[in-house]
Design a protein around this ligand. Structure first.
Ligand code: SF4
Ligand code: SF4
Length: 174
């Protein structure tokens, strides 16, 4: 009968080599709070939907703000980006500079807006260019204003109510 040799349970064993893989790095919008983002990261969060560049009507009685289908004169309706973003305030003095406080307080900021989504603890959607890697997906998913916005004009401004977005709630739940 072959002899068996008991191994010492307490004896050290040579370590087995094993490939150590580090966990995948989380994208900055998941790893950081909005308040911690660099200016470049902050700007890159804008998905280019153009929704916040629609003209708005404020109800004098309730203070409620409603968006219209009329687009700001600086909005390029092809790309849904501002035609002169760095100098926009020279031509459109009331254009807002979004910051964290405004993101948290502006009720009219679209539900789909990346800043609003992150401030509410939601992640970016699949169609966001940072997720898809393609600036066209925000248009393909029907999030941008490309298909339905119309440029402002003096004549249209005289009858702005005609351009109110009445089914915004439905559009907002995309
Ligand atoms: S609604 Fe938000 S994501 Fe869309 S253009 Fe405005 S800031 Fe950018
Ligand atoms: S000035 Fe540019 S960023 Fe401001 S509302 Fe008009 S298109 Fe949008």
């Amino acid at each position: 009968m072959p002899k068996t040799k008991a191994t010492d349970p307490g004896s050290p064993r040579a370590p087995r080599s094993r490939a150590v893989t580090s966990p995948p790095e989380r994208p900055f919008w998941q790893a950081k709070a909005l308040a911690e983002m660099s200016p470049v990261e902050w700007e890159s969060l804008c998905d280019g939907c153009g929704r916040c560049c629609m003209l708005k009507i404020e109800d004098e009685d309730t203070g409620e703000v409603h968006l219209t289908r009329l687009s700001c004169k600086l909005l390029d309706l092809g790309s849904c980006r501002c035609k002169d973003y760095p100098n926009r305030h020279a031509e459109v003095p009331d254009c807002l500079k979004l910051d964290l406080a405004k993101v948290q307080s502006l009720a009219w900021l679209p539900h789909t807006c990346a800043y609003r989504a992150l401030s509410e603890g939601r992640d970016l959607a699949w169609w966001h260019p940072l997720v898809s890697g393609d600036p066209e997906t925000v248009h393909q998913a029907g999030i941008s204003v490309r298909e339905w916005a119309t440029p402002e004009s003096p004549a249209k401004l005289r009858s702005m109510e005609r351009y109110l977005i009445v089914d915004w709630e439905e559009m907002d739940q995309v």
